[in-house]
Every structure is written in structure tokens, then in C-alpha cells.
Design a protein around this ligand. Structure first.
Ligand code: UDP
Length: 345
């Protein structure tokens, strides 16, 4: 598609029905990359974000772009009238709005749950009114501490509904249920992505995730924190691969009544990840062990057969390449921090 400077008018002044995307959580880590990719393909983007966990610089970089608009809004609250008024123009509604790092989503668990359930309902209603397609970013956390390995979409999971992760895990499970009910009732075209661990530029240095923590600690010369004995596994997907998967899923002509795993199946232990970070940064900082968080999953690896079959999608960026780009980005980011800034927690 040819890019235009004026979002609404074509070459001879004809009104062009350009795609208008509502991206909730668009100032966050994955959301900011998604907004950028949508703008790059010529779409317009209306970003809604609380800026609770988003880096302000993610938003600043987007605000300079034509066809981008930001409204500070908490999706657990009714959508502002100015968004509802745009319904006739909205073609896609993306829900990426929720803190995703355990320390962040556990800070206000009630709000995390309401963001997932009530917030998703507000956006589904918007999609229904607008006759727009809706995509929910769900999570590998719906599988909890899995007894099946790797995790395929038909595995129902092993989630504690009473533990400290429940506000997020169960919130996302309820959001999925809601989305599929809208789909079954023919109220909205729905897509549900189950996102596995993702990393890359635009992560918040204080996010508390293992990739951002280890890289920032190594770059600052701080102690490297490993939870438990480091033998637990995760599978890390580079953010450009994740965004490509989300866009492919949104545009796929599928019936949308099933979730789709998106992630990189290359599984490694936290200790192996630590080894990569040490090799990349050359840090000589000591490793310290912290208690394993409650309900911390032992193993996690996506089975992406469905994404391969339906979307012809698979990750392309190898861990070494992705970690190198991420380290370079964090190095620049930390260099611009005030000297007294504390370590990532
Ligand atoms: N973890 C760690 N050091 C840290 C932060 C996390 O060893 O500084 C561990 C954490 O306990 C978990 C894994 O790394 O086993 C991945 O944690 P993260 O918070 O990145 O993602 P999630 O647990 O949500 O998959």
C-alpha cells in the first residue's frame, strides 16, 4: 500500500476508508512495536494506554508519526465518547492492555483482573458496534505450571485460582471465555493469541522480567539475580517475530473460534540464558540466588503447529541475534539514565 501523508484523502481528494486500528496498551513493550508496524503499513492508529507500566519514550517516539493519536485511558473504565464516536471508522481493535510482568500485575491484583475482564468487554463491545475485528493478547500463563510439554492450545492448563498469579492467569482465561462467547454469538470476529515470553527493545528496564533484569544488571555491573536454582525453562521470542505473528493472526481469514499460540519453541533454562548474557556483556558480576516466586512455572515451551498451519508463521530471529540487539538497545537506554538510578527489581 502506498503511504499517504493525509490519512483521509486520496490523490484526487477522494475520501479513502483507511484502516483505523484501536490499540489498547499501544505504549507498552509489544504494543509500541505493533503501533509502529501498523503505521508503517499505512494504517491509522488510535492508541489507548494508562501509561501505568509503559515507558513514556515509547509513546514519544510514536507521537511524532503521522496517522497516530494517543488518548490516556484505562480500559477497565467505560470508553471515552470520543473513541465511541469514531466507531464507524474503526476496522481493527487490538487488546494488549495489561501489565504482564509478575511484580507489576501483582501490585494491584484487583485492577489486573478488572483490566482483563471488564476492559476486554469494553473493547469487545466497541468491536461489535464498529463491526471491527478484535484481537485479544492472551498468554501462555493460561497453561499455569503445565503438566504437558510442550503446550498445545488444546491443553487446558494447571492454573491456581487462589495464588498470587491468579489475577493475571485467571483474568486472561476469563477474557478468552468472553471473547469466544462474542464469537460464538456472532457479535464480533475474534482472534485470540496466546503470547509466550517475548523480549526486545522497548522493554522497561524495571519490568522485572528475567531478560531485562539480567541484561540491565550485567550492563550496570550489579549482582545477577537467578530465582531458584535456575533450572526452570522458558522459550523466548524476539519482539519483531511476535508482532509479525499478531498481524498475521489478525488478518488471517479463519473462523477465529480457537486460540493460537505465538512464541519461539527454542527452550532453555534460566541458567543457560544467564550464560548467554554473561558471554555477550563480559560481566564479572556475581550471581545471587533468590527464592523461586510462588507458582513459578517449571517449564514452558509453545507448540506452534497451529500458527504454522493457519498463519504460515514461525519465528525467524535466533536467540543470539535477538539478545545482541536487545543488549545494544539497553546499553543506549541505560547510558541516558541519571547516574543514581537503582537496579531493575
Ligand atoms: N527470574 C530470574 N531472575 C530474575 C527474574 C526472573 O531467575 O531476575 C526467573 C523467574 O522466576 C522465572 C523466569 O525467570 O522462572 C522467567 O521469569 P519472567 O518474569 O521473565 O517471566 P514469566 O515467569 O512470566 O514467564
Amino acid at each position: 500500500m502506498r503511504k499517504q501523508t493525509n490519512p483521509d484523502h486520496g490523490p484526487r481528494g477522494t475520501v479513502q476508508p483507511l484502516a483505523l486500528n484501536v490499540v489498547a496498551g499501544g505504549a507498552g513493550f509489544i504494543g509500541s512495536h505493533l503501533c509502529r508496524a501498523l503505521l508503517d503499513r499505512g494504517d491509522s492508529v488510535l492508541c489507548l494506554d494508562t501509561l501505568q507500566t509503559a515507558r513514556p519514550s515509547n509513546l514519544r517516539a510514536l507521537e511524532g508519526q503521522p496517522r497516530f493519536r494517543f488518548i490516556r485511558h484505562d480500559i477497565s473504565q467505560p470508553l471515552p465518547p470520543e473513541v465511541l464516536r469514531l466507531a464507524p471508522r474503526i476496522t481493527r481493535v487490538w487488546n494488549l492492555a495489561c501489565p504482564a510482568s509478575p511484580p507489576h500485575y501483582q501490585r494491584d491484583p484487583e485492577h489486573t483482573m478488572l483490566t482483563n475482564v471488564v476492559g476486554t468487554n469494553h473493547l469487545l463491545r466497541l468491536a461489535e458496534t464498529a463491526k471491527a475485528r478484535f484481537l485479544l493478547t492472551s498468554t501462555s500463563e493460561v497453561y499455569g505450571d503445565p503438566e504437558i510439554h510442550p503446550q498445545a492450545e488444546d491443553y487446558r492448563g494447571n492454573v491456581s485460582c487462589t495464588g498470587p498469579r491468579a489475577c493475571y492467569d485467571e483474568g486472561k482465561r476469563a477474557a478468552e471465555a468472553l471473547a469466544f462467547d462474542y464469537a460464538r454469538a456472532g457479535r464480533a470476529q475474534v482472534r485470540v493469541a496466546r503470547i509466550f515470553n517475548t523480549y526486545g527493545p522497548n522493554m522497561d528496564p524495571s519490568d522485572g522480567r528475567v531478560v531485562s533484569n539480567l541484561i540491565c544488571q550485567a550492563l550496570r555491573g550489579d549482582e545477577l539475580t537467578v530465582c531458584g536454582d535456575g533450572s526452570q525453562t522458558r522459550s523466548f521470542c524476539y519482539v519483531s517475530d511476535m508482532v509479525a505473528g499478531l498481524m498475521a493472526l489478525m488478518e488471517a481469514e479463519i473462523d477465529g473460534t480457537e486460540p493460537v499460540n505465538l512464541g519461539n519453541p527454542a527452550e532453555l533454562t534460566v541458567n543457560e540464558l544467564l550464560g548467554h548474557v554473561i558471554a555477550l556483556t563480559g560481566t564479572r558480576a556475581p550471581v545471587v540466588h533468590r527464592p523461586l516466586p510462588v507458582d513459578d512455572p517449571r517449564r514452558r515451551r509453545p507448540d506452534i503447529s497451529r500458527a504454522r498451519a493457519l498463519l504460515d508463521w514461525a519465528p525467524r530471529v535466533a536467540l543470539a541475534e535477538g539478545l545482541e540487539a536487545t543488549c545494544a538497545w539497553f546499553a543506549e537506554e541505560l547510558a541516558s539514565e541519571p547516574a543514581a538510578a537503582g537496579a531493575a527489581g
